[in-house]
Write a new protein. Sequence first.
Length: 204
Amino acid sequence: MPDPNTSERPVQRAGEARVLIVGATRILRPAVAALSERAVSVTAVARSAADLRELTDEHPGRVTPLAADVTAQDFGSVLRGAAERAPLTGAVVYAPAVPPGTLAELVGSVVAGPVVVLATSERAAPDDSATGAGADTWSPNDLPAAARSGPASRLLVLGWHGEGQVTRWHTPHEISAAALALLDAPADRDTVLGTVRPWSSRPR
């Protein structure tokens, strides 16, 4: 069975856009499809080689698979090797097991362009001291400095969709669309998808 990291890869032309997608076979799978439709090449990172083969077959000539665990100690060297073979012009990263700042610093060191890091709603969870009106408002500016370390230029905090008493988590299509919109934004900025307040309305 061919190794998805060494099998025949799409040829990258000089000046061609190539976006790194971490979480490519799950929550950001629609982002891979959208980029492929725009004739943008993708380096797709996921743990499962089988899932990556399936994704590559869905978008022939557009996806370079990279089977890797972002929490592994050697992920940095694996990522740098991939970037040397096919320079990266942007990145969208979903890896909740890794602190956003830590992962952003690593990815930003090999990507020559904007890096969008997706952070789960836990990053916006109020602490025990949050009371009164301050507990009902939140923005990415409230994150501690450690979450913003490294050259991550754009942070997407994943809140939830709420209308009245009905709340739900966003779908992979909604998350992917928001991530690509932030990647395409003309200037660095952070944003929240949906809402993170009141915290008591968080879907269960």
